[in-house]
Design a protein around this ligand. Structure first.
Ligand SMILES: [Zn+2]
Ligand SMILES: [Zn+2]
Ligand SMILES: [Zn+2]
Ligand SMILES: [Zn+2]
Length: 151
């Protein structure tokens, strides 16, 4: 197992070394060597086109990918707030009251009936878009705009 993953890692490094940066317009393709592959769009990018690289995270500087990374940061802060409020018996939305009787299918926070809605939410299976009815909180509903960009 260990050998296999080491080989796979070596393969990935080899692929990066073979690639130039894939960011930039059609007529202004960046000429720098790639340092990483973006975790959201899969494109190889150079140091100048890096947005966030740390640990196992690698995000390129394209608008959609930056938005996804920013959303993840905001979302984890939101989840912490919701969790704290739920523990106190309150709806996850700040300044709202008690009775968090409904669970958001996406973030699993609890909300009052006024802050949860049944909606057809787009999910992506590869490139196929599938809509499923889910109970969502207002923030999870807004997030679909960012995550609908598959690449
Ligand atoms: Zn990207
Ligand atoms: Zn570049
Ligand atoms: Zn939610
Ligand atoms: Zn509420």
């Amino acid at each position: 197992m260990r050998l296999l993953s080491t080989t796979r890692e070596a393969c990935r490094r080899y692929t990066w070394a073979m690639h130039g940066c894939q960011i930039g317009g059609r007529f202004s393709r960046c000429a720098n060597p790639a340092i990483q592959a973006c975790q959201y769009c899969g494109r190889h990018f150079c140091l100048a086109h890096a947005y966030y690289v740390e640990g196992h995270e690698a995000v390129c500087g394209r608008k959609n990918c930056r938005a996804k990374r920013d959303d993840m940061v905001v979302h984890s802060a939101y989840r912490r707030i919701v969790e704290t409020r739920n523990r106190a018996g309150l709806c996850g939305i700040e300044e709202c009251g008690p009775h968090p009787a409904h669970e958001c299918s996406l973030c699993h926070g609890h909300f009052c009936p006024g802050h949860i809605s049944q909606r057809g939410y787009p999910f992506y299976d590869g490139y196929a878009r599938v809509e499923r009815m889910v109970s969502v909180c207002p923030r999870c509903w807004e997030r679909r705009k960012i995550w609908r960009h598959v690449r």
